[in-house]
Design a binder for this molecule. Structure first.
Ligand code: COA
Length: 228
């Protein structure tokens, strides 16, 4: 167990859990939290005993993450601050995508805005039946800034991505499953067990092949097929 301020990193080889830990603010994302997620991934990057990483909120929290902490957006907004926040956010998110081991987003509750962007950068999303997902940024007069506009298209297609991004509505887990945004919807009482067994099954896979499968799929979508 390593101490951080806004996340908890729990090693439980062959698994490791990154627990977003600001429950009083629905695990909303601050620069500190993003730095800590990034550091935790660095620590796990070449940890030989850890084969799979799971990102989640704390047990009993109402959210995986309700997105960026908008309280930091108040006061006289400084474009440069916004830019820095955004760059750091994009870097943390793309680190998940480049992380050489499978990463699972275990969603119980809200996964909104930046929370959904983190979940979409993960390789798999498992959600409880009470979960709600969405990109509500448009309601604040902004757009998803950490890859949501791009990754969402890849999961659900242009039409549905535009609907989610341009209306900013939340959808329930069942609907998210129907459109391909989550891989599994599970009853809340079975959440822990389902996530763990999904992760342990991956952990038994061949690690190098899993890394290359992940990279080929993630980066292959960014180039023509034969280059991919
Ligand atoms: N940033 C900062 N604080 C947030 C937040 C955010 N994005 N989302 C929720 N909170 C805070 C609320 O202010 C509240 O704090 P308080 O208890 O000190 O008043 C607490 O988290 C609980 O939220 P609340 O709105 O009271 O809960 P709810 O059940 O009525 O609604 C949501 C939950 C998630 C639907 C609602 O909070 C919401 O829509 N949040 C904004 C989500 C968003 O726009 N994210 C993208 C930001 S770019």
């Amino acid at each position: 167990m390593t101490e951080f301020k806004e996340i908890i990193l729990k090693r439980e080889p062959p698994l490791a859990w990154i627990i977003l830990n600001r429950p009083h603010r629905l695990n909303t994302l601050t620069l500190t939290m993003l730095d800590e997620v990034s550091k935790a991934l660095d620590m796990l990057w070449d940890d030989r005993d850890v084969r799979v990483v799971i990102i989640r909120g704390g047990a009993g929290d109402r959210a995986f993450s309700a997105g960026a902490d908008v309280t930091s957006f108040q006061g006289p907004l400084h474009t440069y601050y916004f830019f820095i926040y955004n760059r750091k956010f994009q870097e943390a998110v793309s680190k998940i995508e480049r992380f050489p081991k499978p990463v699972i987003a275990a969603i119980d509750g809200y996964a909104l805005g930046g929370g959904l962007e983190i979940a979409m950068a993960c390789d798999f999303r498992i959600a409880t039946d009470r979960s709600e997902l969405g990109q509500p940024e448009i309601n604040l007069g902004i757009i998803p800034g950490a890859g949501g506009t791009q990754r969402l298209i890849r999961y659900v297609g242009l039409g549905r991505a535009k609907e989610l991004i341009m209306f900013g509505d939340r959808i329930k887990a069942d609907e998210a499953y129907r459109i391909g945004l989550v891989n599994r919807v599970v009853p809340r009482e079975k959440f822990e067990d389902e996530v763990r067994s999904f992760a342990l099954r991956l952990a038994q896979g061949p690690p190098i092949a899993l890394t290359y499968a992940k990279y080929a799929v993630n980066f292959g979508t960014q180039v023509p097929v034969d280059i991919g």
